[in-house]
Design a protein around this ligand. Structure first.
Ligand SMILES: [Zn+2]
Ligand SMILES: [Zn+2]
Length: 640
């Protein structure tokens, strides 16, 4: 037997789909299975087609954040493996190499057709109205495939029974509008012209609002005076990645992977530093619309640009859109620190997922639900399910949803988040310590039955912020007075806070960051180039983290002239030390050897660096195929 093994850390099906389709095309008999994060292909070593097949596969398989290496061997012993789960869930990733080639091939029926896709790639989920994925359940239901597309459904293994098949002849028309004219792309030639015109306009400094399959994006060439706070840098050619950005290989590979995540990357060239500062979110063109625009921009000499996610009413010089309804998913962010790769947040390229769990339970959290459809359990946005039948519902406690079903339980997110990590690592039978860190910090213990909040966060009351700080200890009231005198505006804003404000937002306002969020503090910390930070107080009397002590400490550092980069860096360093300290105490007490980390706050270079330094020996576990943030909660709720 000839065994070919791919290291593939995901249960997504698109890689397997390409492997199977090409085997069929090349007449190779193939057995395909998986075992411990590997895809195993078993072929007959005597098969004369193998060599050509493997060569074809090499150019047809996309780079993927889940794909790391491969190996092969000839053996008489068949390796143990499990059959692949039947998985035809719609995806929303970039184009596979075969479809890309087709989209840029002047002789194809999909030349510059932005909705080119196949069973293994492209934007599919955005067209899905409800599960299961069928043409009649998608917003493309009124487009009738032309004869050649019909034929392809039978003859092209990559598009066998592909529900969303279309081409220039039968597909989605696009339209471009400016103040004077309208132009349509609906036949061969006109698609390319439209992108050409748009790219030239952008090169001349105009703005283009474009409906991509990921929602509306406003594209423009950035200048320091027109750069918007939430704008993302998009590169139009690979060379400009290395020219303008400082990247490790993992970041470079991830940006170009078919999942096309957003990655925060350190800037390199003076040009980019002047625009974005020390780091920026970067995107390599992902959907067909963005890819075609990028291609024409590159032809027009524009090697990078900016875009902002927005809605259809955004002001712009040109508008490009289409008439088929779409429901885009939130883009996903990938966190990379040396060998660590974490899905930080978001849903695109991640959901929907299949769940192997036979409980008849529906779980709902963060707008997503796990629901049985045709005998399979799918996790996706609540609005993609036409009906939800069950006898038991678990709803995350902050979820704003009312159901008439009798048997419903509310649960806190942190419990399910810890369980999601244990479930992903097959550790549900062991005791474990967990640290959950979103806007609040929880220390948890799992006793093989349930998750207990052993060190819950102290209550944090932003209404009486300064009053609480004043009462901390002797002299604290003077600290508040000094802060008020030196920063009257910030004092006033913080004094008037109401509603749910998290500690990071308070910190950002207090030290005067432009981006008043967790992200703002993270990017400021990233610009700190020194070695050690300052020791920020985290506790008062008991063992627990005290927000007021923490804020008081920050205030006094700020008043004594500390710069924001070192302050922000020190914030994470202090959190890292505090977490390690409590984890040591808990593991001494409970003897549990498994440690889980959950919550999107961990996706932070400074904090992660400190966690690695302090806790590497404990080998902490985090989510693998689910994001480490709130998105994993719906999955974990199945194990409550
Ligand atoms: Zn494809
Ligand atoms: Zn067609």
């Amino acid at each position: 037997m000839f065994i070919f093994t791919l290291d593939f850390k995901s249960n997504k099906a698109y890689i397997a789909t390409i492997i199977k389709a090409l085997a069929q095309e090349h007449g190779v008999k193939l057995e395909l299975g998986h075992s411990k994060e590997k895809l195993i292909m078993i072929m007959d070593e005597e098969d004369e087609h193998i060599e050509r097949y493997l060569l074809a596969l090499e150019s047809a398989l996309p780079a993927s954040i889940y794909l790391s290496g491969s190996s092969h061997q000839i053996t008489d012993e068949k390796p143990a493996f499990e059959p692949l789960l039947e998985n035809d869930l719609p995806i929303d990733i970039s184009l596979c190499p075969t479809c890309q080639k087709e989209m840029f091939d002047v002789s194809s029926r999909r030349y510059y057709y932005p909705f080119t896709s196949c069973n293994a790639c492209g934007s599919q989920h955005t067209f899905l109205e409800k599960h299961p994925m069928l043409r009649e359940n998608s917003s493309m239901k009124f487009l009738v495939p032309c004869e050649r597309c019909q034929e392809e459904l039978k003859s092209n293994p990559l598009r066998k029974d592909f529900p969303l098949i279309s081409c220039i002849e039968c597909g989605i028309a696009i339209k471009m509008v400016d103040k004077k004219s309208e132009r349509y792309a609906n036949d061969k030639g006109s698609y390319r012209t439209l992108f050409e015109v748009a790219a030239r306009a952008i090169a001349k400094g105009k703005t283009v609002l474009m409906q991509t399959t990921h929602g509306y994006r406003k594209f423009f060439v950035p200048k320091p005076e027109n750069l918007l706070k939430n704008s993302i840098m998009m590169v139009t050619e690979v060379a400009s990645l290395n020219k303008h950005l400082m990247m490790v290989t993992q970041e470079f590979n991830a940006l170009l992977s078919i999942e096309r995540p957003l990655v925060r990357v350190a800037t390199k060239s003076d040009e980019i530093k002047a625009l974005y500062g020390s780091s920026t979110w970067v995107k390599y063109p992902d959907d067909g619309m963005s890819m075609l625009l990028a291609k024409e921009l590159s032809n027009a000499g524009v090697s990078y640009l900016s875009y902002e996610e927005c809605d259809e009413d955004e002001e712009a010089d040109f508008l490009i859109d289409f008439d088929i309804p779409i429901k885009p998913q939130e883009d996903f962010k990938l966190f990379i620190n040396q060998d660590t790769k974490l899905l930080q947040s978001g849903e695109r390229a991640i959901f929907p997922t299949l769940l192997e769990n036979d409980k008849n339970r529906v779980a709902i959290a963060d707008g997503r639900a796990s629901v049985m459809v045709d005998g399979r359990r799918i996790i996706d946005s609540v609005d993609r399910f036409s009906e939800i039948l069950t006898t038991e519902v678990y709803i995350e406690e902050r979820e704003n949803i009312t159901l008439t079903i009798e048997n419903q339980k509310r649960f806190p997110a942190f419990k399910a988040a810890m369980l999601s990590v244990l479930a992903e690592h097959d550790k549900l039978g062991e005791t474990a310590i967990g640290v959950h860190f979103d806007s609040r910090l929880h220390f948890l213990y799992y006793n093989k039955k349930e998750v207990i909040d052993v060190v819950p966060p102290n209550s944090f009351d932003t209404q009486n912020l300064f009053e609480n700080i004043s009462k901390l200890r002797e002299g604290s009231d003077r600290l508040v007075e000094n802060f008020k005198a030196k920063y009257p505006d910030r004092y006033k804003r913080l004094d008037n806070l109401s509603g749910e404000v998290d500690i990071f937002e308070v910190v950002a306002i207090m030290i005067g960051l432009e981006d008043e969020s967790f992200d703002g503090i993270s990017s400021e910390a990233l610009s700190f180039l020194g070695k050690g930070g300052m020791l920020i107080d985290t506790k008062v009397k008991d063992n627990r983290f005290n927000d007021y002590a923490f804020l008081a400490s920050l205030m006094s550092f700020k008043l004594s002239g500390a710069q924001n980069p070192i302050l922000c860096y020190s914030i994470y360093e202090s959190f890292g030390d505090y977490i390690a300290d409590i984890v040591t105490q808990l593991s001494d007490k409970t003897k549990a050897t498994t440690l889980t980390l959950s919550g999107a706050t961990f996706a932070n270079q400074s904090l992660w660096g400190r966690i690695e330094r302090n806790m590497r020996v404990r080998n902490p576990l985090l989510n693998k195929s689910y994001p480490i943030g709130k998105e994993s909660v719906v999955y974990g709720a199945n194990y409550l």
